[in-house]
Design a protein around this ligand. Structure first.
Ligand code: 3Y8
Ligand code: NAP
Length: 248
């Protein structure tokens, strides 16, 4: 048995620990989005595969027998490619995915279909927006340049930002409610904009918004192919044991 673990999330790091502790032959994969990703207890590769074709070559070259897609719910491209490649090769594929967030009675949440719909959901009058969606989609907000944006990024931006009125904080997360509440108060935030990422690592800002009674605008997740979706790393481990040849 040899596993490819597609990582980049809290759950992927937990899965890596389980596989390493079980002594299962596995390789961890990052996209290479950040300069210094957290190290993993597994041999780690960094960078894209080169589309489905590149992934097929990697899977065959590395004699991978099972794939675990523990990427982020918004990493739709990687998820689609993993599904297509595993279907072509007839390889077992499980997706480790955390459930989406749902509002409580005290929450003031607005959902939009996708990340590209977020700017239009902001108010006409200038606001002070905590834009916690990372770096890849900041450009979408250049059509809403009237607002002040508090940007939380993993790495310093290379070059000028596509927005005129910003404050940048650098942080990798996972985050905590007290820290996010203090950050939002210090910057006089009036709106929180985020992705419906689910999980614990990005949840703090939603709880802080609830405490401060601030509106939240959330992008819903992109559609991804079906398949074997599990919510806990332990469930993936038992899936592996049941789908492996005898004696694992
Ligand atoms: C490179 C690996 C771990 C994993 C930690 C989780 C928690 C902290 C919360 C906010 C939201 C955001 C962003 C976020 C979180 C965890 C998790 C999660 C959100 C690292 C990591 C990589 C990335 C890529 C990065 C994206 C960006 C998204 C920032 C490592 C730290 C906004 C998603 O600068 C960039 O280009 C950043 C790109 C994809 C979204 C975007 O579109 O910009 N994640 N995040 C992975 C790779 O190379 O394969 O550097 O160590 C992982 C984590 N980020 O093991 O503890 O599991 O969700 N990551 C979102 O959820 O909205 C921050 O600020 O409140
Ligand atoms: P994406 O849009 O789905 O993928 C774009 C391309 O990046 C993929 O086609 C693939 O390139 C490469 N890629 C993505 N994940 C990879 C991985 N784990 N290993 C190797 N290559 C990978 O991905 P994304 O949204 O940019 O996310 C990139 C990474 O950040 C993923 O590891 C994801 O788990 C993590 N992350 C993303 C978010 C988010 O909000 N999107 C949040 C937290 C963590 P090729 O086509 O060349 O193979």
């Amino acid at each position: 048995m040899r596993i490819l673990l597609l990582g980049g999330t809290t759950e992927a790091s937990q899965m890596a620990g389980l596989l390493a502790d079980a002594g299962i032959d596995a390789a961890f994969s990052y996209a290479g989005r950040t300069r210094a990703p957290v190290s993993q207890p597994l041999p780690t590769r960094v960078g894209g595969f080169g589309g489905v074709e590149g992934l097929l070559r990697y899977l065959e070259g590395a004699a991978i027998t099972h794939v675990i897609d523990a990427t982020h719910p918004f990493a739709a491209g990687m998820t689609r490619n993993a599904h297509d490649a595993c279907t072509q090769l007839g390889l077992p594929l499980a997706r480790l995915e955390r459930p989406a967030w749902h509002p409580g009675p005290e929450d003031d949440w607005t959902f939009v279909p996708g990340v590209e719909d977020l700017p239009a959901a902001l108010p006409e009058r200038p606001a002070r927006v905590f834009l916690a969606i990372g770096k890849q989609h900041i450009g979408l907000f250049s059509t809403a340049a009237r607002h002040h944006y508090l940007l939380r990024l993993v790495d310093p931006p290379e070059g000028a930002l596509p927005l005129p009125d910003t404050t940048v904080v650098l942080a990798r997360g996972p985050f905590d409610v007290a820290g996010d509440r203090a950050l939002m108060e210090a910057h006089g935030i009036t709106h929180v904009v985020a992705k419906n990422a689910g999980g614990s690592g990005a949840r703090a800002k939603l709880d802080a918004a609830r405490a401060l009674r601030l509106p939240v605008i959330l992008a819903q997740r992109p559609e991804v192919p079906g398949g074997h979706v599990l919510a806990q790393p332990e469930a993936v481990l038992s899936w592996l044991r049941h789908s492996a040849p005898r004696g694992v």
